[in-house]
Ligand binder design. Structure first.
Ligand SMILES: Nc1ncnc2c1ncn2[C@@H]1O[C@H](COP(=O)(O)OP(=O)(O)OP(=O)(O)O)[C@@H](O)[C@H]1O
Length: 206
């Protein structure tokens, strides 16, 4: 079974210990809701699990190996910022993201994915001309474009309308049912639409 295992992680920011001795396992078929007050360290933990920043101590493995290309090819990380180039349009943003991630994709597939997210007609506008929710949808489109085993999602529901929240909930449920593993942060209560949810609570430490 595929597993992301973090052992005895610690993270210190501006002389404040956000967490220490934190061990967590994320397995296939599991959805973990990472919860906690503003500033508790949720984003910091997700970034460490995504290999984007280093823990101050501890170790992370994927399939019993240190994080490397085997892991990164199976990972989709979405930060709380969208990671879009605002001067490029949605098609260009997703095309370059796919290329970076080794995903072969046709222009027709990109148009179809944007249509599924109700962005028809907006595909070739610079992303800066889209609304906050529309920009979030472009970022989220990546979930459907890259075959992956792990999703690490920082506030994925932010700015989405109710229909798109439903779409994302279904996508999460399907992904986990098919053996994917998800850790996400959200200040909202998870509904039953996402399936079985486990919680991991970070407290704010002074
Ligand atoms: N690059 C950085 N440099 C200095 N301090 C940082 C940095 N990134 C985060 N911090 C600090 O670490 C703490 C935790 O931040 P983090 O973004 O992980 O919290 P969070 O739990 O995700 O909060 P929120 O719910 O508001 O998104 C905050 O006090 C923040 O100021």
């Amino acid at each position: 079974m595929s597993q992301l295992v973090a052992s005895e992680l610690s993270c210190i920011k501006q002389d404040r210990v956000l967490f220490d001795n934190l061990s967590v396992t994320l397995s296939a078929g599991q959805l973990v809701h990472l919860r906690g007050p503003n500033g508790a360290g949720k984003t910091s933990l997700l970034r460490i699990l995504a290999g984007l920043s280093a823990a101050d101590s501890g170790h992370i493995s994927w399939q019993n190996q240190s994080l490397g290309s085997d892991y990164f090819t199976q990972l989709v990380y979405l930060g709380h910022k969208n990671g879009l180039n605002l001067t490029l349009n949605a098609i260009e943003n997703l095309y370059y993201w796919c290329a970076q991630h080794g995903v072969k994709i046709s222009s027709a597939q990109l148009y179809d994915r944007l249509a599924a997210l109700e962005l028809t007609g907006l595909e070739t506008l610079p992303v800066k001309a889209l609304s906050a929710g529309q920009q979030r949808k472009v970022a989220l489109a990546r979930l459907w474009l890259k075959p992956a085993m792990v999703w690490l999602l920082d506030e994925p529901f932010t700015a989405l309308d109710i229909r798109t929240i439903g779409m994302l909930e279904n996508a999460l449920n399907n992904f986990v049912t098919q053996g994917g593993a998800v850790m996400l942060t959200s200040h909202h209560v998870m509904t039953s639409a996402v399936g079985k949810v486990q919680s991991l609570d970070l407290e704010y430490r002074w």
